[in-house]
Ligand binder design. Structure first.
Ligand SMILES: [Zn+2]
Ligand SMILES: [Zn+2]
Length: 358
């Protein structure tokens, strides 16, 4: 029996407090991972808060989708296997990143390896206890990806921000390298996407962000131009991209950003909505066919995408995103600071090396 420390919220919006919990021995193909690192993500804020704004003052409630407190947040998990069920077979010995978007294992999505689109997902840190803890139970070792000697604090982000950017870029991978690619929102995800797009040969990347710092960082990562939204007219974007804008990755996902994106796209262009800011998409329907637009949502990525992403990182290097480390016990404070917009880059919670939750 493993006694785990979990940093739990007893109710939506409630304080995050340490609790000792006895983890049941792993059954079947289950494994218990001793968590070394867990990233703190904006999604955690939404789960903690209990919902997303979906426009018109309405909310998508997590409680309606089967999320039940106590909440153990955290889906950006790195650790080591320390206990395994009887049917697991050989296990990775070194540090692993955990694929958190785990499905039911019984539906057509899960059969196709698209756990992240499963209607009965058991996502770690959302529907099942996550990584704000000393230990996490994972249903199958196939969700573990060997990270080799990659910095574990960086690898913690692979299952979420890295995967999200990689899978979103795959949705426009068919476009020619010279196509204009607009990245709206140049925070952690947007910057990762810029770096990745650059690594994969995209030449005409333009970032849009309200922050001068983030615009400067975007240029350093390989964007050809970076504009403030106030100056980002469709014409200015096309000029900055030096070519037709065929793809927009919207990491904000607000009414203003999707309006800008749909106005800026050339015929046949693709808008990928990733951000979860909230609101409604407003666009004249006849223009969708007339302009042959593709509007597609991208939500994290599949287990295969994550493996592909880790292989990409091993070959090309990790897109540099500033990562701050904090002790696991600071989970509640870090989440609150993120909610107040006080965190630049990403924060990763760390359990100290002797297994204590520092
Ligand atoms: Zn995340
Ligand atoms: Zn399923």
């Amino acid at each position: 029996m493993i006694r785990a420390t979990r940093f739990e919220a007893a109710e939506f919006g409630g304080p995050i407090m340490p609790r000792l919990r006895d983890l049941p021995a792993p059954q079947g193909r289950e494994v218990i991972v001793e968590v070394s690192h867990c990233g703190v993500c904006h999604t955690d804020l939404h789960v903690h808060h209990g919902g997303y704004a979906i426009g018109g003052g309405r909310e998508l409630r997590f409680s309606d989708r089967g999320v039940k407190p106590p909440l153990v947040l955290g889906h950006e998990i790195v650790g080591r296997v320390i206990e395994a069920g009887p049917d697991t077979g050989p296990l990775p010995e070194g540090p692993v990143a955990v694929y958190p978007w785990i499905g039911c294992g019984r539906c057509f999505r899960c059969d196709a390896g698209e756990d992240h689109l499963c209607a009965s997902g058991k996502f770690l840190g959302v529907f099942a206890p996550g990584g704000y803890a000393s230990h996490v139970t994972v249903p199958d070792p196939r969700y573990l990806i060997d990270i080799g000697d990659i910095d574990p604090a960086i690898a913690a982000l692979f299952g979420c921000s890295g995967l999200t950017c990689f899978a979103a870029l795959k949705k426009v991978a068919q476009l020619p390298d010279a196509a204009g690619l607009i990245i709206i929102g140049a925070g952690g995800l947007g910057q990762t996407a810029i770096a990745l797009a650059q690594q994969t040969g995209r030449r005409n990347i333009v970032a849009v962000d309200t922050s001068a710092d983030k615009r400067a960082q975007s240029l350093a990562l390989g964007a050809k131009a970076a504009l403030d939204p106030a100056e980002a007219t469709p014409k200015a974007l096309a000029e900055a991209a030096e070519g037709p804008i065929l793809a927009v990755l919207d990491f904000v996902g607000s009414e203003a950003t999707t309006a800008l994106a749909t106005a800026a796209l050339e015929k046949g262009g693709t808008l990928v909505v990733i951000g979860l800011f909230g609101g409604e998409l407003r666009y004249p329907l006849p223009l969708v066919p007339i302009r042959a637009l593709t509007i597609v949502g991208s939500y994290v990525g599949s287990l295969a995408d994550m493996a592909e992403y880790v292989a990409h990182v091993r070959e090309h290097g990790v897109p540099h995103i500033p990562v701050d480390r904090k002790p696991m016990a600071a989970a509640g404070e870090v989440l609150a600071a993120l909610g107040r917009g006080e965190i630049a880059g990403r924060t990763v919670l760390v359990n100290s090396a002797d297994g204590e939750t520092a």
